[in-house]
Design a protein around this ligand. Sequence first.
Ligand code: PEP
Ligand code: MN
Length: 337
Amino acid sequence: MVFILKPNVPKDKIDTFISGWEQKGFSTIFSVGTEHTAVCLIGNTAEVDLDQVVNTNDIVDYGKRITEQYKAVNRTVHEDDTIIKVGDVSIGEGFFTVIAGPCSVESDEQILEIARSVRKSGAKILRGGAFKPRTSPYAFQGKQTEGLDMLRQAKKETGLPVISEIMNQTQIDLFDDIDILQIGARNMQNFDLLKEVGKSKKPVLLKRGLANTIEELLMSAEYIVSAGNNQVILCERGIRTFETMTRNTLDISAVVLLKQKTHLPVIVDPSHAAGARSLVPPLSKAALAAGADGLMIEAHNNPAKALCDGAQSLDLGQFSSLMEELKKRAVLENKII
Ligand code: PEP
Ligand code: MN
């Protein structure tokens, strides 16, 4: 249940209203937006008489029952878009932020060459996996802590903020100086990990699970936000369907729905969705047209020799050409790229 307060209510009256609910055993979410201020109750509100609350509290304008289980990430509770800042970079409404880099960090030279090139092309954040969740235990598992060091070095040399995947909650201390924590598709419902990154002060990029619904993605985001970290970026990266010509099926309508249901930024990873580089440029343009707040694209200096996901990686020239096309289209969408 959410109560929308009247404009310009004094803070002490709001505090009294909130503590009254907390004494009755509810938790609350207090949200200040440009149009309205809201107090959302978390708990069993079946017995709460909505009209009576509105009629007996002069600070309340109106109330609404929220049928969805997600509250803190719900746009009904928090109407304004959340914009996430990573250094000078913004992710969220009004911006189209491109994250690019290799699937895996492979060497100092590799990550540095890619970082310099994608920065020049207009990427604002550098990606690079150090801990890799591979289907086969015999496949390259990533450069691990050494890979994180290479990423930090590339950040130092180029000034680009960096993102890398954290695979479990024991790794959190290793991610010092890594700007964004990525939760991979396979970990979307690793609830202990979600709670742990919820305690962190860093932005979290939460990827949709291979076979998870939009609602489940929102519930996973709710875990992070309700644990105290509201800097969550959602990522649609394709879901499993009966189709075999693509690695996954990019669910473009998920972008539209997520933008309606939540205030969190939504980006698209066309690389893992497609599994093939020829599909990446058109899917990237589709994401921009559908209202995504950005992209995460795999780009490599030598895709044929990549240790992971070469077939879906753009080479640096292809990435640069794609960025030129996106820059033209971003103007039409009124977005800063
Ligand atoms: C990745 O981005 O490196 C990755 C492993 O993607 P996903 O979790 O979406 O499969
Ligand atoms: Mn990959």
